[in-house]
Design a protein around this ligand. Structure first.
Ligand SMILES: [Zn+2]
Length: 317
C-alpha cells in the first residue's frame, strides 16, 4: 500500500488494461510523449488492446514529425492489422480505411518532394497529387487537421502539388526548350488560380520564357530572356533606335540596351577577359623590367659609395 492508500496510484502496480486506460487519458490531455511510454508499458504487460495501442503509438509518431514518410508508412502498417472500421483518438474519430489511404498518399507526396533529380521529382509529384485527388478528394486530410488545426482537403493539397510539379518541370526544361517551359508555367498558373492564388510569378516567367529578340550582332532570332539572350549596355544612334521600332523582333530594348544572343555574348565576354588579362600580364612584365633596372642602379651606387669611403679613409691616414 502506498501513502495514498491506493496501489492503483502507482504505475508499477497497474496491469495492461489499466495502463491502456491511463494512456487514453493522457492522449485526451495531449500528453503524447507520456502516452507513448504508457502504451509501451501496456504492451509489455500484454494488454488485450495491443493492436489499437500500436496504432496509437504510430499515430503519435506521425504527429511528432508530420514530414516523415516513414512515420506515415509505420502508421499504415499498424492500421493493416487493426480489426476495427473506425477508432477514437483523443476526441476525434477516424475511419480506418480512409486513414490508410491518407497515410499512403502523404508518404508518396513527401517522398516525391524529397527527390533531388528535378525531372523525376516533378513527375513523381504529379503522380502523387493525382492519387491524392482520387483517394481523398474533397475530404479533409485528417492527420494534418488533428495536429495543426488546419482543415485542408485532399483536392486543395493536390492542386498545390500539381502547381509545384509544373514549376519544377518548367525550370528543368527551360534551358533546352523555353517554349515547353512556358507551357508548364501556364499549367502551374491554372492550378495556382484554382487554389485562389494570384499566379503572378508564373505569368512573369511565362513572359520571360516566351520573350523573343533578334541578336543585334549576328541577327539570329532567339527565345528566352535571361538564358538564351541578354542585354548589353551600348549607345545606339537615334536613327538605329527608330529603325528597330519597325522590327517584329527587336534588337534594342526600351532602355536602349542591345539584345545579344548567348553565343555572341559569351564570345565577347571571353575575348574581353582575354584582352584584359593580356594587358595585365604586359603591365606586370614592364614593372618587373623597371624593377631590375632600379636594382642595377642601386648596386652601382653602392659600389661607388664603397669606393668613395675607401678613398676618404685613405686621405685621412
Ligand atoms: Zn548573336
Amino acid at each position: 500500500m502506498g501513502p495514498s492508500g491506493d496501489p492503483m496510484a502507482f504505475g508499477l502496480f497497474k496491469d495492461g488494461e489499466e495502463l491502456f486506460d491511463s494512456a487514453l487519458e493522457e492522449i485526451k490531455r495531449k500528453e503524447y510523449d507520456k502516452a507513448q511510454k504508457t502504451l509501451n508499458k501496456a504492451l509489455d504487460k500484454n494488454t488485450k488492446n495491443a493492436d489499437i495501442a500500436r496504432v496509437y503509438i504510430a499515430f503519435i509518431s506521425v504527429g511528432n514529425d508530420l514530414n516523415s514518410p516513414g512515420a506515415y508508412d509505420g502508421l499504415k502498417n499498424r492500421l493493416e492489422s487493426l480489426k476495427q472500421d473506425s477508432f477514437q483518438f483523443g476526441l476525434a474519430t477516424f475511419d480506418t480505411e480512409m486513414l490508410k489511404k491518407e497515410c499512403a498518399c502523404m508518404s508518396a507526396c513527401i517522398s516525391a518532394r524529397n527527390m533531388s533529380d528535378s525531372s523525376a521529382k516533378g513527375n513523381a509529384l504529379m503522380e502523387a497529387a493525382r492519387n491524392l485527388m482520387a483517394a481523398i478528394g474533397n475530404n479533409n486530410l485528417r492527420i494534418n487537421e488533428y495536429y495543426t488545426g488546419n482543415a485542408i482537403t485532399g483536392t486543395r493539397m493536390a492542386t498545390g502539388l500539381m502547381a509545384e510539379a509544373n514549376e519544377i518541370l518548367a525550370d528543368d526544361i527551360f534551358e533546352s526548350d523555353p517554349q515547353k517551359a512556358a507551357e508548364y508555367q501556364q499549367q502551374a498558373y491554372n492550378f495556382r488560380r484554382q487554389n485562389g492564388e494570384s499566379g503572378e510569378a508564373n505569368l512573369r516567367k511565362m513572359q520571360q520564357y516566351s520573350k523573343a529578340c533578334t541578336c543585334w550582332i549576328c541577327g539570329r532570332q532567339v527565345v528566352g530572356e535571361g538564358l538564351h539572350f541578354f542585354l548589353m549596355s551600348a549607345n545606339p544612334s537615334p536613327q538605329q533606335v527608330e529603325k528597330d521600332k519597325g522590327e517584329i523582333q527587336h534588337s534594342i530594348s526600351e532602355s536602349r540596351d542591345l539584345y545579344v544572343c548567348r553565343a555572341c555574348y559569351t564570345a565577347i565576354s571571353r575575348r574581353a577577359d582575354a584582352i584584359a588579362n593580356g594587358y595585365y600580364d604586359k603591365a606586370l612584365d614592364q614593372m618587373r623590367a623597371g624593377d631590375a633596372a632600379l636594382q642595377a642602379q642601386i648596386l652601382a651606387m653602392d659600389a661607388r659609395i664603397t669606393r668613395l669611403q675607401t678613398q676618404i679613409s685613405f686621405m685621412r691616414n
